[in-house]
Design a binder for this molecule. Sequence first.
Ligand code: G4P
Length: 527
Amino acid sequence: MTTKLSQELQTEVDRRRTFAIISHPDAGKTTLTEKLLLFGGAIRLAGTVKGRKANKHATSDWMEIEKQRGISVTSSVMQFDYNGNRVNILDTPGHQDFSEDTYRTLTAADSAVMLIDSAKGVEVQTKKLFQVCRQRGIPIFTFINKLDREGRNPFDLLEELEQVLGIRSYPMNWPIGSGKQFCGVYDREKTRIELFQGDDHDKIEVQPVSGYDDPAIKEIAGDYLYERLCEDLELLDVAGDPFDMEKVKQGELTPVFFGSAINNFGVQTFLENFLQLAPKPEPRESSAGRIEPTKEQFSGFVFKIQANMNPAHRDRVAFLRICSGKFERGMSVKHVRAGKEIKLSQPQQFLAQDRDIVDVAYAGDIIGLYDPGIFRIGDSLSQATEIVYDELPTFSPELFSKVTVKNAMKHKQYQKGIDQLTEEGTIQVFRTIGFEDTILGVVGQLQFEVFEYRMKAEYGVDVMLQRMNFQFARWLVGPSIDPGKFRINSQLVKDKKDNYVALFENEYALRTAMEKNPDLQFLNVAP
Ligand code: G4P
């Protein structure tokens, strides 16, 4: 029987799209995000869009350290409506100093938009974020940006997607020239060209054509570019992958769009195609089996905890991804791990100064919950019966430091701080075997700074960090583990759950250890 609620849930889920933009700093993520928001008439902005360079502060400067650096440390969420869709963009910090939060945020997204600078191609940070999306098997859409500048040959860029990332591509449109000669793009599906003309690109200027070899294109682009376009598209038609929606859904084929975010060129076409092709919230795995987003019972999981959003109150906000049902302000839900019933009376769309109160929300939406210290990353909340979502992966840190407390008298507060910050997911902590030294692991340098700052500000403890040469960790699983076999450019430690972990200085050290320990599995996420 379809109830009124189930109809409502179906409609709301169908129109939702929740995605993250993944890119390397400077590819134009802020610019693209701003343009998308402009199309949508944003209804809720979670603070940012990020402040450009040091002098333009983001409105989400929740933490003192954000103010000092003039960047947005934390991921935030933006919501807008477009053509009947409700769109949630999960922002991932674009700065070099991104953190494990960035990875975790991707677990709350249903798809990703990979933004690439046409002159630079696939860069380090894009690669790392891509791998997390790949592990989750979510669809990935590509926007190749800055076509108004001289960039690389589009075929080279597609080749790089395949060689470096291992993903095949389907260009939805194709550039006609680039840099000073950039005339626009040919839309393969709609057989039309979008013209890059004049200064005002807010309105798309389109010209329908009979195909890429329509002589009308020659008149606009000139002989040379016309011939190149014909050659390129012929080649694509013959040798390129066909469009295959199933492969897109599996994250094996990425639809590619070319454009220029700063000129607002190609952004609207991208948005419209994306909303059509991108998945709505999908069922998620849990202890109670697969949970449909249209299930009437409300459920969700915490993927991020933000401390000190308001330094005056020292409160924390837990970010919850709704996975099913309808959220209503004031509702009571089960906090499954704590075995408690809690009332969600102050949910926020966590917006900078004036935090918006959310009254209703559905699967795909993100809400911020006031957290008096009761939530941990990965916690599940559900209505009536218990639903526990699969644990969020713990990713391998990439930077390591030995930590000691300067004043031994403060040892108790130091321990408390470490425990709490580990629980929040601010840092990962490892202990050496025998000596019980503490080693911190993080994904971005800024996490160390945040750690030092918060130990001092919140626990009154001065710490000393001593950088180590390790570059990554592998969780070890196997019958017996011999510390003697992890001595060369590596070290055996234990994580907070007492799992054995080996830290390595380089790939070579890892390979050597794997050869010496054929019975062991070396996992790049915690078991
Ligand atoms: P990010 O968030 O990915 O770090 O990138 P952001 O949007 O801040 O863009 C990085 C730089 O690239 C900015 O220039 C921005 O104006 C420029 N940019 C973005 N899209 C395009 C594009 O389509 N074409 C061209 N030519 N440039 C683009 P900046 O000089 O570093 O900053 P600003 O002084 O313009 O703020």
